[in-house]
Design a protein around this ligand. Sequence first.
Ligand SMILES: NC(=O)c1ccc[n+]([C@@H]2O[C@H](COP(=O)([O-])OP(=O)(O)OC[C@H]3O[C@@H](n4cnc5c(N)ncnc54)[C@H](OP(=O)(O)O)[C@@H]3O)[C@@H](O)[C@H]2O)c1
Length: 233
Amino acid sequence: MNKRIVITGATKGIGRAIAEKFASEGWDLALCARTEKDLAELNSKLQTANNKLLLSKCDVSKKEEVKAFAEKVNSEFGAADVIINNAGIFIPGQVINEDEGTLEKLIETNLYSAYHLSRMLLPKMIEKKAGHIFNLCSVASIQAYPNGGSYSISKFALLGLSKALREELKEHHIKVTALIAGATYTDSWKGSDLPKSRFMKPEDVAKSVWDIYNLSENTVVEEILLRPMLGDI
Ligand SMILES: NC(=O)c1ccc[n+]([C@@H]2O[C@H](COP(=O)([O-])OP(=O)(O)OC[C@H]3O[C@@H](n4cnc5c(N)ncnc54)[C@H](OP(=O)(O)O)[C@@H]3O)[C@@H](O)[C@H]2O)c1
């Protein structure tokens, strides 16, 4: 039986690169995002003769939609081998002057999504005594910066969730990895004046996930910090 990976926000950027890597290794994939046409396009790219693809339109900032996605995964997929809590948004700003509601939006999308999805999928993983959760944290999870505002707060919290899960899940033989990523060239950076070469490649993040997953069962990478070669932007 193929191994199974669940990825939120899999139609673009880092999530997509991870989906492509695992599809190329013959895995079954359960993927979600909000835009239906992007999911349809993904279907034609990632479907092979041998893998199962479960694509769902889901806004992970809404608990009810996460629940529907998780129920589909649990019933059609069974226990996931890997969960990638990747879906996230960036809204630049400062705590002192960002729009009212910015913190709520960022926490709902970047934190509650991972909290609820993990809680909903974990019972089957715990039963199986195996699995690996990756959370897409950020350099903004470990340091504040002037235009980081509530984004940074949400990513610090996601790192906190990763640490809590790591402690709780070690006895169940489930690994938890916080991927602390620096600037990576994706749609969120399109329009930037900087050359593409100044950024990390989403494929490098995907390769890191693959390599970290493939360590022996004796070792877990709790946190990994990936930065652009020339440093932060
Ligand atoms: N790029 C960077 O420099 C960087 C650095 C550090 C960490 N990160 C983190 O890495 C993750 C991915 O970033 P990225 O740059 O690859 O993003 P991206 O290119 O903007 O892609 C985001 C993906 O998530 C989906 N998505 C966004 N909001 C969603 C929601 N509410 N529900 C479901 N899906 C949603 C998008 O599809 P739809 O819009 O169709 O929903 C898309 O598939 C994020 O958590 C981000 O904070 C990125």
